[in-house]
Design a protein around this ligand. Structure first.
Ligand code: AMP
Ligand code: MN
Ligand code: MN
Ligand code: MN
Length: 278
């Protein structure tokens, strides 16, 4: 089993992951990861527990988060690494991102009801492990459990994904705002899974350019969200835009069809890894 020593993107029960922070860290250590970043969605409440577990397991924990951002109408995710988890502006910003989630969930449930799927709010809530963080993943788990679809991926393809019948437009933080929070807290901003956004080529160039100009540090090149044959494309874009390259499984739990923790090939040659900036 080849395991990357670095895994800089994963989720715990503080957002939409299936494992508690301590269990997640223990799993990472068992699998040979030496440097792990916990990056829950819009939430850093799992870091303290993860930190004690990491010290017990003798691995390095990087304080991280994955911020939801709206850019030109698209939802974009920005990971922050090595941030100060006590920084007031960051904490207030993340709280404001979380505060809209419940009303959004009600609208998603209404849209599902119109699609002939009643009871989705209660159904999703049964999977929620942090009351401030109801996410589409929780709806996807409800849709699978109730037999509406066969996999979480199918739940996104049929109902929850962008442009699908239960898609609800939502205004997250702006890109500039999110980068100000992360940089204010001393963090390194990393554009998460850039291959997942279905942007036009023009928008993609504009996003990478703006991200770098606003102080972005890196993009994810090797991630569970990129097909392996595209790693080289993202490595080349990182080089072209003067950005470092990051690696992260985006692990949410064994039940979900994501990469396991540390299950990551090395960065393509020529990449400058983000940990050069640690
Ligand atoms: P939210 O922040 O509520 O919009 O939920 C975003 C989360 O949904 C992501 O972090 C993933 O965990 C999950 N997700 C988004 N798109 C997909 C997809 N196509 N397949 C599976 N999970 C997805
Ligand atoms: Mn997620
Ligand atoms: Mn993401
Ligand atoms: Mn993620």
């Amino acid at each position: 089993m080849a395991v990357s020593h670095y895994d800089l993107h994963c989720h715990s029960t503080r957002s939409d992951g299936l494992m508690a922070p301590a269990a997640l860290v223990a799993r990472a250590a068992e699998r040979g990861v030496k440097v792990l970043a916990l990056t829950d969605h819009d939430e850093i409440g799992g870091l303290a527990e993860a930190r004690s577990a990491a010290s017990a397991a003798r691995i390095e924990l990087i304080d991280g988060v994955e911020v939801s951002v709206t850019w030109r109408g698209h939802t974009i995710h920005v990971v922050g690494l090595r941030l100060d988890p006590h920084h007031e502006t960051l904490l207030a910003g993340l709280a404001s991102n979380r505060s809209g989630r419940y009303a959004r969930a009600e609208r998603i449930a209404d849209a599902l009801a119109r699609q002939g799927v009643p009871g989705a709010l209660e159904g999703a809530r049964a999977h929620v492990t942090n009351p401030e963080l109801v996410s589409r993943t929780h709806f996807a788990r409800f849709l699978v459990e109730s037999g509406r679809v066969r996999s979480t991926q199918a739940a996104f393809d049929r109902y929850l994904g962008s442009g699908k019948p239960a898609w609800v437009p939502h205004q997250w933080a702006g890109l500039e705002e999110a980068l100000l929070w992360l940089k204010g807290a001393g963090g390194l901003p990393v554009l998460a899974h850039p291959g997942r956004y279905s942007l036009s080529e023009r928008d993609e160039q504009a996003l990478l350019g703006s991200f770098r100009d606003l102080g972005g540090a890196a993009i994810e090149v090797v991630t569970g969200s990129h097909a392996p044959h595209t790693y080289g494309v993202w490595a080349e874009r990182a080089r072209r835009f003067g950005l470092l390259a990051s690696v992260g499984s985006d692990f949410h739990g064994q039940r979900d069809a994501y990469r396991d923790i540390g299950d990551l090939p090395p960065l393509p040659s020529g990449c400058r890894p983000v940990w050069q900036a640690f």
